[in-house]
Design a protein around this ligand. Sequence first.
Ligand code: C5P
Length: 315
Amino acid sequence: MTFEARPPAKVNLTLEVAGRRADGYHDLRSIFLRVGLSDRLVVEPGGADGSDRVTVTGFAVGSTRDNLVTRALQAIRLHTGVDLPALDVTLEKRIPVAAGLGGGSSDAAFALKLATACWGVGISAAEELALAASLGSDVPFFVADEVLAEVGGRGEIVNWLPSERLRFGVVLVTPPIALRTARVFERFDVMNPDPRSVTTAGAVASEALAGILWDEPLDDEIVAWSRDHADSNDLWLAASSLEPSLVALRAALEGGTGRRWLLSGSGPTLFAIYPSAREAADAGRALAGKQLPQLQSAVMNAVDLVGPDPIWRYP
Ligand code: C5P
């Protein structure tokens, strides 16, 4: 039997770095939003040669030997202690890779779900969450399968937020820049020797957004929040000091659209919020039409909060 899913991307509406931990990670407070841009993942019983086969199409990923999907399968085998048979996995990458959009983490979360289903292995929700956290900090959000959540700790604390009434749209711009998450956090540490001693812009933005979100928010309130709290991501200064072209890109996007643009995760994806998905698609089209030099080779997607596919994409 074949099992299939559409692992979605996320953006971080806010990202507050609350402190450094003894294990080298950072305590975060981040509001995650699932968006309508997804990979495609298919899991089925494998061939006779006894080893898992992972075939990737679309955006290039590194070696499949140590990618998060392969690691998810190994994590289940280790956890159950059973020599589970080989699987054939097909992954169609439509979410830009290493972009701050959580694509690899989402693939891992859904690989856990599909592989356990294919093998007929029963694991509890708590076991699934623990396996997810062992694979990466962003994986628990995707296992929780929520649209909007406040994520805490290293990423393993996921508190759902109501989103039923939200219909806003997002334009995502991913420049062809490689930014390793670990390097961005390292730079953050150098720039912020004692992050606990200051109230960061990310903390202020998180507080303001959480206040809106708990009270049945309207799309316009989220748009207004993004205008007033665009510096919602504490990793912006670290990411843009490692990659100064991000500063020029953000300025070009803000000049070209008259909107504020926010950073997702550790970058390099920048995004802007529009009152509807249609307006986001119109804005994306207008932006592409401007042929801005800073946007050369960038991937653009205009998305709603449902998906699985974007309303508009470029190229
Ligand atoms: O957990 P994940 O492998 O996705 O994290 C990648 C890197 O990002 C970690 O090695 C760590 O340097 C940094 N990180 C962090 N604190 C977090 C999440 C990630 O320092 N909460």
